[in-house]
Every structure is written in C-alpha cells, then in structure tokens.
Ligand binder design. Structure first.
Ligand code: HSE
Length: 329
C-alpha cells in the first residue's frame, strides 16, 4: 500500500545539540466533518489552539514535565500521553529514539469540545520535534504519526482534525488506505463563528452512537452534498457551499447530545449564516458567514441563548487558517 505523503527523509536531519535548546510551538483548533464530510473534510481556524514547549535533554527518553490548562485530565506519563506517543513514533521512524526530550503542554482550548483538542496538542508536539531536529520535509509527512495520537485519544485514527491542523487550510482526506490527502481552495472572505457549549461529548462515545449501515438513497444525498461543497470551494460559490452543508447521516443522531441544537441552527440561519452544523463530534457548533460582523452577532446571540438555559460557553470568530502550526519562539 502506498501512502501519498510518506517520503520522510531521515537523512536530512541535523544532530541534536545536547541539553538546553528549546522551541515553543502553536497548533490550531480544527473543524472536522464540515457537516456533510464525516471523517473526510476539515479546516483549521486561527484560534483557539494548543502550545508545546520542547527542549532537548541529556537523558535519553521523553519526559512530560508540565501540563497546564487541562484541569488535571491529561496524563503526565509519556507512555500514555498522545503528544509524547506520536513524537515517539516519529523518532522511531527516523532512528532517533536515543535522544532526550522534555515536553511542556499548554492547553489553550477545551478538551472534548469537538474542536480537535487532542489533534492540536499532537500536531504542536510533532511540529516542535520536526523543527527542533531541523527536518525540512513537508509537515504533511507527519500525518501518519499524528493519526496514531488520534487513535490513542479516541480509539480511531481519523485524519480530518490532524490533517488541517498540520497542513493548514481546508483539507480533504480522499482515501485512508492508502492515505491520500488533498488541500482544497476556499473563499478568502469566509468567516467561521464557533460556539462551544460547556457540556462534555467525548469523541469516542460520539462515534459509538452513529449508524453503522446506511441506505443507498441516503448515501446518494450525502455524496451529492460533499461533491457540492467541494465544488463550491473551488468555484468560490458561497451559496453552493451553504446549500451543500447538510448532513442526513450523523447530525440527526449527534445533535441529541447538544443542548438546543436545532434552535441554535434556526437562530444562526435567521441571523444570516451561510450554514450551521456540528464541529467534529460536538458539542461545539459552527456557522459560516460572509463577514465578521455577522459571525460576531451570531456568537453573541447563541451565547445569550445558552446562558438563558444555564449552560456556559466559549466562542471564537475566525477566518480559515491557511498556515497551520507555527513557531512562537
Ligand atoms: N470525524 C471525527 C468524528 C472528528 O466526527 O468523529 C472528531 O472530532
């Protein structure tokens, strides 16, 4: 089986310089599925995102010395943490498991939010080690290692969060076996309004409740919509993007886990959203809009509504982030 993104070239790597050197990396949150494209579509946003500080250490092996922003939910044990495990897979692939690393993970986004929280951490870790070692290959080559992190986090190695977090922009996973990942164009003036209602929806559980078998007529509706969305992205046709973002397979089930999902959708559409749906496996919801003002107005009204039913929330407005991970220092 041939992966389309697997030309990792260990030979170009610079040797580690010994203890002391360090790097601070940010990797973005992502909206996976994009309503109709379950497990095959995703895009990166500008905020929120996670940060990793990584230093070379003299003692071989990986140590996680600090995690902040997780309320104690993530393991410091390097054998159990998705960041260190995916970094370890990468080091193994380039025969560098003997080096020593110290990792700090700073969670700047909620866990279990549907915004690719584990992906942002994993990608920040992988981008940090790649940069630290002077590996100049395309960041997309890290995708198989990032997918290992996803597998560990929720029991399934899907790529629709990790691929856009790594590569930036709007990404299609055309195939998993072999892996074939395509970066899509998108209208530059598309805004994304995200609201995270403060309820916990673990991806592992949100995957277990979805239907395993579907009717042919439903498949026809769904792939028509996916093709319509991808066409709309290529054609810069925001109306086509909007009318294609419909999901008859997954949303009817998962929406039950999100407080007042359909009421929030009606509100967002009435306020001028192009489309509205679940971000990843939820509970975050997102709307595409044609301008920043409409996006801000939507989050204000949705947050007010959530407050009125005693649910706290966080909200973000972003364009699509074409850069992906970046070095902060
Ligand atoms: N495609 C994945 C799912 C994304 O919907 O389960 C998880 O955030």
């Amino acid at each position: 089986m041939e992966n389309k993104i697997q030309d990792l070239t260990a030979s170009v790597l610079a040797p580690p310089s010994g203890g002391g050197g360090g790097i601070h990396v940010f990797a973005p949150a992502t909206v996976a599925n994009v309503v109709c494209g379950f497990d095959v579509l995703g895009f990166a946003v500008n905020e929120p995102g996670d940060e990793v500080i990584m230093r070379l250490a003299n003692k071989p092996g990986i140590t996680i010395s600090k995690i902040t922003g997780d309320n104690g939910r993530l393991p410091l044990d390097a054998a159990k943490n998705t960041v260190s495990v995916s970094v370890q897979h990468y080091l193994k692939s380039i025969n560098r498991t003997h080096i020593g690393l110290d990792i700090e993970l700073h969670k700047k986004m909620p866990i279990g939010s549907g915004l690719g929280s584990s992906s942002a951490s994993t990608v920040a870790g992988l981008f940090a080690i790649k940069t630290l070692l002077g590996d100049e290959t395309d960041p997309a080559t890290l995708l198989p290692f990032a997918m290992k992190g996803e597998e560990m986090a929720c029991g399934h190695g899907h790529a629709d969060n990790v691929a856009p977090a790594l590569m930036g922009g709007f990404v299609l996973i055309r195939s998993y076996e072999p892996l074939d990942v395509i970066r899509l164009p998108h209208p530059k003036d598309l805004y994304c309004a995200i609201v995270f209602p403060d309820v916990d929806v673990p991806t592992r559980e949100a995957r277990q409740i979805i239907r395993k078998n579907i009717q042919m007529k439903d498949a026809v509706t769904q792939w028509g919509n996916i093709a319509g969305l991808v066409s709309g992205l290529f054609m810069n046709d925001i109306d086509l993007i909007g009318r294609s973002m419909k999901d008859i397979l997954v949303e009817p089930v998962r929406s039950m886990l999100i407080p007042d999902f359909y009421q929030m959708r009606e509100m967002a559409m009435e306020l001028g959203a192009v489309s509205f749906g679940i971000s990843g496996s939820g509970p975050s919801v997102f709307a595409f809009t044609r301008d920043e003002e409409t996006a801000k107005h939507i989050i204000q009204k949705l947050q007010q509504h959530l407050t009125s039913i005693s649910i706290g929330s966080n909200a973000y407005v972003s364009t699509i982030n074409d850069k992906g991970p970046r070095v902060l220092g």
